[in-house]
Ligand binder design. Structure first.
Ligand code: ATP
Ligand code: MN
Length: 463
């Protein structure tokens, strides 16, 4: 018999078909007429399908009347038109096999609704809830759109290393990678000698694939990376993870405005696809998580992103009259509260802030003619704040090396990066986008720990 997923069995055109369905019981309701209603979910969509189990089934008294939330079943039956509210089809079962029981006294998801905080304790069970199922499907849709978008725009997907000996910006706090036996070293209090270490030098988990992506962009034109990224910053916030996924396009012959165009087109495409492919899940987020999310996303699609020089952003913040925790003046890095004010309160739209002070930005960003600012851009999005950070890269050899000296970086370690400016240098640009912040932006989920299956945060890496 043909196996159908619940999302397919719910379609009108399957009425009359014999099918096999497999999934987990959400609820059981017994009717006085000698039959039971089972709600079954298989994760293929948010909705359950209703199964009618008649007492003529051989295991009706012995098994079916004992089914409870969490039990796994395979069932066969005929798909019928349903008169019930919110469903087009239901299944009249001819047989039901129970694979696994879930003791209602012990199964944690027996209770209808738990807080997201509580559910974090059950990373192994939370995907069986409506919210985490919906997040998983939307996250999957976003990943598919990421590849679709870049592939359709003729970008090459390249893989950059996860283990690296260079610290991309001298900025990120990095996790160390070593095969040295730290316990023995500590015990014997001997000197740390990296020549005994696996890579012969201090090595780390990457904070960004940008520098390596530049190598490929300056050979192949347009490239993107999409992979895991690590930051050991000890920030326990609702938008920082120690391990997250980053999308980093890098384009030769692109200047800052071209970079902004890609970022805007990209975000709009992701939103369009999510609304289109995951409409049921998106309705759920609007109903249960953030009742403005659909309106917000629609307005993101309908309007152009605001493009705002940093200097003007500072003026707006200074004139706002808001008492920010971090006082605003020209030269500071924008804090989350400033970012959110600009995008949520002032413009009610995504904002691309650009031309930041050179003193707060890394060495590889292109220095403007004013000498004071660099061609950096941050895309600020409602609900999230900074979702994208990018720049036009410094492609002039002399400016790059003097910027490195200014930031006390050892040019010898970056000899290969400098070579890209010595041999056939070109204007080029790119940006980094955190996948999890993107999922937060699309779903309205408040905490970044709830949009990645297994969050890694300070003090937490269980499973
Ligand atoms: P923030 O100021 O918010 O800490 P950042 O400026 O350090 O971010 P970038 O180095 O510009 O971040 O990284 C590019 C993008 O990667 C960010 O815009 C964000 O979407 C994402 N990102 C950075 N750090 C994290 C993190 N710890 N957890 C999740 N996503 C992150
Ligand atoms: Mn940034």
């Amino acid at each position: 018999m043909q196996k159908l997923r619940v999302c397919d069995a719910r379609k009108q055109e399957t009425v009359g078909q014999q099918a096999c369905l497999q999934g987990w019981i959400r609820t059981r309701r017994d009717s006085k007429g000698g039959f039971s209603f089972l709600e079954v979910n298989d994760g293929s969509c948010l909705a359950n399908i209703q199964i009618i189990a008649d007492n003529s089934l051989s295991n009706y008294e012995t098994e079916i009347k004992k089914l409870s939330a969490g039990c796994s079943v395979s069932l066969e039956g005929e798909i019928k038109e349903s008169g019930g509210k919110g469903q087009t089809t239901e299944v009249l079962a001819t047989s039901i096999t129970v694979h696994g029981w879930a003791d209602p006294e012990e199964f944690p998801l027996q209770k209808k609704r738990h807080s997201f905080e509580k559910l974090r304790e059950w990373a192994h069970l939370r995907p069986r809830t409506n919210a985490f199922g919906a997040v998983a499907r939307v996250r999957n849709s976003i990943c598919r759109s990421i590849h679709d978008f870049f592939q359709e725009e003729s970008f090459l997907y390249v893989h950059t290393p996860i283990i690296t000996a260079s610290d991309c910006e001298g900025a990120g706090e990095m996790f160390r990678v070593t095969t040295l036996d730290l316990e023995t070293i500590a015990e014997k209090a001997c000197q740390l000698d990296y020549s005994f270490d696996f890579f012969d030098r201090p090595s780390f988990l990457t904070v960004s694939g940008q520098l390596e992506a530049e190598i490929y962009a300056t050979a192949l034109g347009k490239v993107y990376t999409f992979g895991p990224t690590f930051r050991a910053e000890n920030s326990n916030t609702s938008r920082h993870l120690a391990e997250f996924w980053m999308i980093e396009p890098e384009m030769a012959f692109y200047e800052l405005p071209d970079n902004m165009d890609v970022a805007e087109r990209f975000l709009k495409r992701i939103v369009t696809d999510a609304l289109d492919r995951c409409s049921e899940d998106m309705e759920f987020f609007n109903l249960r998580v953030d009742d403005t999310i659909l309106a917000t996303l629609q307005s993101v699609l309908d309007n152009e992103f605001v493009r705002l020089p940093y200097t003007e952003a500072v003026e707006i913040l200074e004139k706002s009259g808001v008492a920010f925790d971090f006082p605003v003046r020209w030269g500071i890095d924008l804090q989350s509260e400033h970012e959110r004010f600009l995008t949520e309160q002032h413009f009610h739209a995504p904002v691309i802030v650009y031309d930041f002070p050179r003193s707060i930005k890394p060495f590889y960003m292109y220095v403007n003619d004013d000498g004071k600012t660099v061609r950096a851009m941050d895309v600020l999005a409602p609900n999230v704040g900074e979702i994208i950070g990018g720049s036009q890269r410094e492609d002039r050899l002399d400016v790059l090396t003097s910027r490195m000296a200014e930031q006390d970086l050892n040019a010898e370690e970056y000899w290969w990066y400098i070579d890209l400016r010595r041999f056939g240098t070109v204007p080029h640009s790119g940006f980094g986008l955190g996948l999890e912040r993107l999922v937060q932006f699309v779903t309205g989920m408040k905490n970044i720990r709830d949009v990645i299956p297994f969050p890694r945060t300070p003090g937490s890496a269980d499973f």
